[in-house]
Design a protein around this ligand. Structure first.
Ligand SMILES: Nc1ncnc2c1ncn2[C@@H]1O[C@H](COP(=O)(O)OP(=O)(O)O)[C@@H](O)[C@H]1O
Ligand SMILES: [Mg+2]
Length: 360
């Protein structure tokens, strides 16, 4: 439904041309929700604006629903209003002088060829029902809560039944509680209407929970792309590992390897097994996720790592423990009933041996 190929975009700045998108390519199949995830300034919004036709790329190719909307080589650049898209921006930009109904009806009223009045009425009410706003159809826009404005913006974006829905940080204006609720509503709605969606966020939990596939962006490039579980459990590099969640990352070295399983040395000569294709002698980074380590007072397996507990913070469902491993700080999130306290000598064991070894 969306194919972006070799997209390139730079801006003129005081320091010369700034490369903002550098050779970005990805595909979004019909009905899928795809997330561009990355820190502020990595090029997410610019990518989305290029897809929308609000920004002209330097080069590359963009295809929406089987139609080329941009191709630098062929000189094609279809204007925004002729692209089959709906957009929800970070600021909802719903019109304050209109009520809910008119906000949503607007894209239909300006559509050419003209849509009959009765059909507009029907389609607006249908889409308002879909987002749970039918009862407030005649409420003035300024009297809506943040969550309601969000729904109106969404309704307005989908009322023309676009082939592709583009969402730029759609939940970032909401407070934390509402954001969680709207995230679930949005996931539910996208699934129900089966729309293809490209959405942009800096919030890893949002991307991982909403999207079928996620592209992690870093400095204008896609650092890694994949299903949420795969990129979380098997990050390709330190940037992706750290951006997707709290991590312990230790310097290490591969002592020996059979090509699939390796013996890794970390700290002051402690050793553990890990799965990696990297050869013996490689300097590596060892990724130990805080919630993927078991803590025990007795050594459970021959390659558990010895560590000292500095502090134990009770959070309710878990304990958040600070430890040191041969002087390096390590964080572990363990079940609340884990019987450890500050000063204990403990053993840490990874719950699985995949995805721990990152190229240094
Ligand atoms: N119109 C513009 N002119 C110059 N620089 C821009 C323009 N738009 C965006 N940028 C720069 O491009 C980079 C990427 O911006 P953006 O795509 O908005 O990032 P994100 O959405 O990931 O936060 C930033 O460094 C930003 O300052
Ligand atoms: Mg942005």
């Amino acid at each position: 439904m969306l194919t972006v190929s070799s997209l390139q975009k730079s801006f003129a700045t005081d320091q010369g041309r700034l490369n903002v998108i550098d050779d970005v390519s990805f595909d979004v199949p019909e009905g899928q929700c795809y997330a561009l995830l990355g820190p502020s300034g990595c090029g997410k919004t610019t990518t989305l604006r290029c897809v929308a036709g609000l920004e002209e790329p330097d080069s590359g190719r963009i295809e929406i629903a089987g139609r080329v909307v941009y191709d630098s080589a062929l000189g094609i650049n279809v204007p925004t209003h002729q692209r089959p898209i709906g957009i929800v921006f970070q600021s909802y930009a719903i019109w304050p002088h209109m009520d809910v109904f008119e906000n949503v009806a607007y894209p239909l009223r300006v559509a050419r060829p003209r849509i009959p009045k009765a059909e507009i009425e029907q389609r607006v009410m249908d889409v308002l029902a879909l987002v749970g706003m039918k009862d407030v159809a005649r409420r003035p826009a300024p009297r809506l809560s943040g969550g309601q404005q969000q729904r109106v913006a969404l309704a307005r974006a989908i009322v023309r039944r676009p082939a592709l829905l583009l969402l730029d940080e759609p939940l970032s204006n909401l407070d934390a509680m509402l954001r969680e609720q709207m995230r679930k509503e949005l996931a539910d709605l996208i699934a129900r209407i089966g729309v293809t969606a490209l959405f942009v966020t800096h919030d890893q939990a949002e991307a991982l929970s909403l999207a079928a596939r996620v592209a992690v962006m870093h400095k204008g490039k896609i650092a890694q792309e994949g299903a949420p579980r795969d990129i979380y459990s098997q990050p390709r590099n330190v940037f992706v590992a750290e951006f997707l969640g709290a991590s312990n990352i230790l310097d290490g070295r591969i002592i020996s390897s059979d090509g699939a399983q390796a013996l890794v040395e970390v700290g002051a000569g402690q050793r553990l097994r890990a799965k990696t294709p990297l050869p013996a002698g490689s300097a590596i980074k060892l990724l130990l996720r805080p919630e993927r380590l078991s803590v025990s007072l007795h050594k459970p397996v021959d390659d558990s790592l010895r560590a000292q507990v500095s502090s134990v913070g009770f959070t309710g469902p878990t304990v958040d423990c600070s430890l040191t491993l041969d002087g390096a700080p390590i964080r572990v999130v363990a079940p609340a009933d884990t019987p450890i306290k500050a000063g204990d000598e403990v053993w840490l064991t990874p719950l699985d041996r995949n995805g721990m070894v990152l190229a240094a």
